[in-house]
Design a protein around this ligand. Structure first.
Ligand code: ADP
Length: 312
């Protein structure tokens, strides 16, 4: 749509990984060698997934991060460019590209080892070198798969430049530093992350509302807790906590549901949508993604989401 070309700009600061995915009858025991069924090499990393989601869902996207000078790095960069994502702020570092070794068993359980590699080379200096990418955005998204000092610098730059700032606190192992939350407009954890950040349970809409209220008391303006098939709990600064149901779908693979939600939400906010409309759109996009296998391959386009709406 024409207005997307001019207004809706999203910059993602974050991680890019090559996902090496094997399927096996079960997860191996220590010391065991197991025959797997299939192997696939696919683009991943929360930053990359969210950038692809925002691009497919209608925004002009820039990616700020760091790849290795290796085959994975070249492949990941080409993949982003094929989505129309601006890679001017994507550096090439000294380390190997980030990698995620993922084993999925027949019960769809997984075991994942991530090596950050070049994602660990994103520093406050990287953010400073590419401030133009943040300045050009309407909405800036960060996650926690790059070093914390770099995330802090990106949040601070985005806040200083008057951008809408989204933090997806993933992975979260505990509370965020106290001075981070006031830099964030929309904190978007899933239920496990909301629990880790707040020290409270967040496994139902009511519990999530309590956890979100605690995070707001700690300085977060707006908190959206994603609750999987149970939708989203939105605690906004100027309204009572509101629960939004998720569309009912037959789930095949929930990988990247959260990343699709965040990319879609950001793309909508960048286009000037209301928060409620952005949540509903992002949930339709995420619901569609869970009906398909894989991470980035499962992320729908805006046209697919619009078509899905028409019969939802
Ligand atoms: P994450 O992928 O980060 O763990 P969630 O599991 O909370 O995040 O999913 C993010 C969003 O994706 C949910 O808020 C919901 O909108 C959508 N979603 C996830 N699982 C389902 C499902 N089984 N059915 C419908 N929507 C889903």
């Amino acid at each position: 749509m024409a207005h997307n070309q001019t207004a809706a700009r999203v910059t993602v600061v974050g991680s890019l990984n090559m996902d090496l995915v094997v399927r096996a009858p079960r997860l191996p025991h220590p010391g065991e060698t197991l025959a797997g069924r299939t192997f696939a090499q696919v683009a991943g990393g929360k930053g990359g997934n969210q950038a692809v989601a925002a691009a497919r869902l209608g925004a002009r996207v820039s990616m700020l991060g760091c790849l290795g000078a290796d085959a994975s790095g070249a492949q990941l960069r080409a993949g982003l460019e094929a989505e129309g994502i601006d890679c001017t702020a994507l550096e090439t570092g000294a380390e190997a590209s980030g990698v995620a070794l993922i084993t999925v068993d027949d019960a769809s359980q997984n075991a994942i080892v991530i090596v950050a590699g070049s994602n660990g080379e994103v520093t406050p200096a990287t953010i400073a070198r590419h401030e133009a990418a943040i300045a050009a955005a309407d909405v800036v998204i960060c996650q926690l798969e790059t070093p914390p000092q770099a995330v802090r610098a990106a949040l601070a730059a985005a806040r200083r430049l008057g951008k809408i700032v989204i933090l997806n606190p993933a992975p979260a192992t505990g509370p965020l530093p106290a001075d981070w939350l006031p830099l964030v407009d929309y904190l978007i954890p899933n239920e496990l992350e909301a629990a880790a950040l707040s020290g409270l349970r967040a496994d139902s809409p009511d519990a999530a509302a309590q956890a979100a209220a605690a995070l707001q008391a700690a300085g977060a303006r707006n908190v959206l807790v994603t609750l999987g098939a149970r939708g989203v709990l939105a605690a906004l600064e100027d309204a009572a906590a509101t629960h939004y149901d998720a569309p009912k779908v037959a789930a095949v693979d929930t990988t990247a549901a959260g990343d699709t939600f965040i990319g879609g939400f950001a793309a909508q906010l960048a286009q000037g949508a209301s928060v409620g409309a952005a949540i509903r759109f992002a949930q339709r996009a995420a619901a569609l993604s869970v009906t398909r296998a894989g991470a980035q391959p499962s992320i729908p386009t805006r046209a697919e989401v619009d078509a899905f709406t028409s019969f939802a």
